[in-house]
Design a binder for this molecule. Structure first.
Ligand SMILES: [Zn+2]
Length: 203
């Protein structure tokens, strides 16, 4: 089980390439020339070797469904089930839905027109539809553009992601909103994380 956390990088390279001091693990494959390396400057990431049965248990107990595989009725029922949580914390809770982090939760909520401090259970049907659509479209676009390189993130071929150029609110505190051109992007700590939103077009 691998988690990149803040600065982890997973990449393929020729086995003879010299190891740099931030490389913590490497894996070779039968019949494949390249090896897989795990590099992490700040060492928040991890690479755990587990038995298959342990992996199944951890996925089952620690992770909710994959957002891109989740159908609309499943999404609605998760909102009802955890309706007392703020929607920002709801999106970030890996036990509810797996894989959404701080950048993407802000971008999803902005595109849905929903303030991050609203309660998950208080969204009206139109907002629930918008949130579901935004979750899928933001994640699909981000995957297509190979993620957001805001510090040193690179993909497995060493390429920087390009989704940071599509960020509409994340890390834009004090800037004019790109959609309504009236609101100034605000930043508040919600669910323990910095949350960026437009007070004018997110209700
Ligand atoms: Zn706005």
């Amino acid at each position: 089980m691998i988690h990149l956390k803040m600065t982890g990088q997973l990449y393929l390279c020729p086995p003879e390439q010299p190891l740099d001091k931030h490389t913590h693990a490497r894996m070779t494959f039968c019949g494949v020339k390249s090896e897989l390396r795990f590099r992490d400057v700040r060492k928040f990431g991890f690479w755990n070797c587990l038995r298959l049965s342990e992996i199944a248990t951890r996925v089952e107990t620690e992770l909710g469904p994959e957002p891109l595989a989740l159908d609309f009725s499943g999404f609605q029922s998760l909102l009802r089930k955890h309706g007392g949580k703020k929607i920002k914390g709801w999106l970030l809770d890996q036990k509810i839905i797996a894989g959404i982090g701080n950048i993407y939760s802000d971008e999803i909520l902005f595109r849905s027109g929903i303030r991050p401090d609203r309660l998950a259970g208080d969204l009206n049907p139109e907002e629930v539809r918008k949130l579901y659509r935004a979750m899928k479209s933001v994640l699909k676009k981000a995957i297509e553009l190979k993620g957001s390189s805001i510090s040193d993130y690179v993909d497995s071929s060493g390429e920087k992601g390009q989704f940071q150029q599509r960020h509409l609110v994340y890390d834009r505190e004090g800037s004019l909103c790109r959609r309504c051109r009236q609101g100034v992007i605000d930043r508040k700590k919600i669910a323990g994380r910095s949350s960026f939103f437009c007070p004018s077009c997110q209700k």
